[in-house]
Design a protein around this ligand. Structure first.
Ligand code: AMP
Ligand code: GLY
Length: 424
C-alpha cells in the first residue's frame, strides 16, 4: 500500500515509524514532514491546510490511505475533502472533529449525555462573562471555544486574574476567533491522564495510558506548551479507574456522537483528571496526542495499518489492541525560549547515535535540512527523545541518558519528566 501522512511533527514521525513496520506499507509519503521523517518517508512540500494540493497529490500518486494527524486540518474538513474525491482517509470528518474544535460543543455533549466533566457556563459576550465572574468561586478556568494550539486555557486564581483573562481571550483576541466564545468552568484538582483510543463510529478500543507535562518549566511552572514530555503507562490509571471510564466516559462518548449524527472515526484522545470524586473529562482531542504518541506507539504490538483500516471500514470489533508489558518515557528537547520567542536554524549533532540502539528513539518535532544538507532546528519543540524499559524508572533513566547523545545550540528541556512516577 501507498500511504500519505499529513503533518510534520513528532507525532507524525512516530506514526510514520510505526506504519513503516507494517508489511503492507510499500511506500510512505509525508506532507510536509521534517528532516527526521525524511529517513522513513518521502517528504512532500505541501502544507497541512492545502487540501486541494493534498488531494491532487494523493490521486496522482495512487495513495491507498491518507492519515490526517493534526487538529487544524481535521477541524477544517480535510478528511471530507479526501472522501469527496473518492479517497480513503483516516481521521474524523469535520462534523465529528468538532469534538475538539469547539469546547462549547464538547461540554454541551457531555452535559446532555451525562458524561462526567467540570461544571461550566458558556459565554458569547465579555460583559456577561464578567458579570458571572463576580460571584463565581476561585480558582476558575477560562477556555477559548476554538482551537488555540493547546494554549487557550487560562487557570485564574483571583477575580482580577479572571477578569484579565476574559479581556485577553474575548477582547484582545489573543487566540483570534477561537476566543469569540468562551467556556468558564469549575477548577478541578487531581492527577491528569491522557488516554488515546481508536474509534470506528461505534466500537472503541482503548490504547495504553500516558501522562503529559504541559508546563514549560520544572515543577510544572511556566507557560503552557504543546507538551514537554510524557510517560506511559500512568501508574495512577488503575483497573478501577479504567472500569469507571469504560462505563461512564469512553463508550458513552462514541454513542453520543453517533446519536448526534456525528459518527466519529479516528482517534479520540480523552484528557482526564482523576479527582477525589472520580475521573472527569477535562477535554477531548480528535487526534493522536503529541508527545503522547511518542510513548504509546512504541509500546503497541498491532499493525497500525490494520487498525486504521478497521476504523475506516467499521470493523474495529474484530481487533484487540495489544501493548508490550513495558514502559516508555519521552523527553522533549526544545529551543530555549519556547513557547514564546526562540531562534531556529541551529545544527543538530549526534542523531546517528540512535541508529540501531534498540529501545531508543528520536522523533523529530521541528527539524529541517539546511542548504548544505545538515539537519537544523526548525521549531519550538525540536526532538522527542524516547526510550523504553522494563519499568517506568528504567525507561526514564534511559530517556534522560539518551538526551545527552544529541546537542544543539540553545537546547532546553525539563529535568523532571516522570517525577510523578516516584509518587506512585
Ligand atoms: P486543555 O487544553 O483543556 O487540556 O487544558 C489544558 C490544561 O489546563 C489541562 O491539561 C489542565 O492541566 C488544565 N485544566 C483544564 N481544565 C481544567 C479544570 N477544569 N480544572 C483544572 N485544570 C484544568
Ligand atoms: N499533548 C497534548 C496534546 O496533544 O494536545
Amino acid at each position: 500500500m501507498k500511504l500519505l501522512i499529513v503533518g510534520g511533527g513528532g507525532r507524525e514521525h512516530a506514526i510514520a515509524w510505526k506504519l513503516a513496520q507494517s508489511p503492507k506499507a510499500e511506500k510512505i509519503y509525508c506532507a510536509p514532514g521534517n528532516a527526521g521523517i525524511a529517513e522513513i518517508a518521502e517528504c512532500v512540500d505541501i502544507g497541512v491546510m492545502e487540501f486541494d494540493r493534498l488531494v491532487a497529490f494523493a490521486k496522482e500518486h495512487a495513495i491507498d490511505l491518507t492519515v490526517v494527524a493534526p487538529d487544524d486540518p481535521l477541524a477544517a474538513g480535510a478528511v471530507d475533502a479526501f472522501e469527496a474525491a473518492g479517497l480513503r482517509a483516516f481521521g474524523p470528518r469535520k462534523n465529528a472533529a468538532i469534538l475538539e474544535g469547539s469546547k462549547a460543543f464538547s461540554k454541551d455533549l457531555m452535559k446532555k449525555y451525562g458524561i462526567p466533566t467540570a461544571a461550566y457556563e458558556t459565554f458569547d459576550s465579555a460583559e456577561a462573562a464578567l458579570v458571572y465572574l463576580e460571584t463565581a468561586p476561585m480558582p476558575i478556568v477560562l477556555k477559548a471555544d476554538g482551537l488555540a494550539l493547546g494554549k487557550g486555557v487560562l487557570i485564574c486564581n483571583t477575580l482580577e486574574e479572571a477578569k484579565a483573562g476574559v479581556k485577553t481571550l474575548m477582547l484582545d483576541k489573543q487566540f483570534g476567533a477561537a476566543g469569540n466564545r468562551i467556556v468558564i468552568e469549575e477548577f478541578l484538582t487531581g492527577r491528569e491522564v491522557s488516554v488515546l483510543s481508536f474509534v470506528d463510529g461505534k466500537t472503541i478500543r482503548i490504547m495504553t495510558s500516558a501522562q503529559d507535562h504541559k508546563r514549560a518549566k520544572d515543577g510544572d511552572q511556566g507557560l503552557n506548551t504543546g507538551g514537554m514530555g510524557t510517560f506511559s503507562p500512568s501508574p495512577f490509571y488503575t483497573e478501577e479507574v479504567d472500569a469507571f471510564c469504560r462505563e461512564h466516559i469512553y463508550q458513552p462518548t462514541v454513542d453520543a456522537m453517533r446519536a448526534e449524527g456525528r459518527e466519529f472515526r479516528g482517534v479520540i484522545f480523552f484528557g482526564l483528571i482523576l479527582t477525589k470524586d472520580g475521573p472527569r473529562v477535562l477535554e477531548y482531542n480528535a487526534r493522536f496526542g503529541d508527545p503522547e504518541t511518542q510513548v504509546v506507539l512504541p509500546r503497541m504490538k498491532n499493525d497500525l495499518v490494520d487498525v486504521f483500516e478497521a476504523c475506516i471500514d467499521g470493523t474495529l470489533d474484530q481487533i484487540e489492541l495489544e501493548f508490550e508489558d513495558n514502559a516508555a518515557v519521552c523527553v522533549v528537547l526544545a529551543s530555549g525560549g519556547y513557547p514564546e520567542h526562540y531562534e531556529k536554524g541551529f545544527r543538530i549533532s549526534g542523531l546517528e547515535k540512535f541508529r540501531g540502539a534498540d529501545g531508543y528513539y528520536v522523533f523529530h518535532a521541528g527539524s529541517k535540512f539546511d542548504a548544505d544538507g545538515n539537519i537544523v532546528t526548525n521549531g519550538g519543540r525540536v526532538l522527542g527523545v524516547t526510550a523504553t524499559g522494563p519499568d517506568l524508572k528504567t525507561a526514564r533513566a534511559n530517556a534522560y541518558a539518551a538526551t545527552e547523545w544529541v546537542t544543539f545550540q540553545n537546547q532546553y528541556m525539563r529535568h523532571d519528566i516522570g517525577k510523578a512516577i516516584d509518587e506512585a
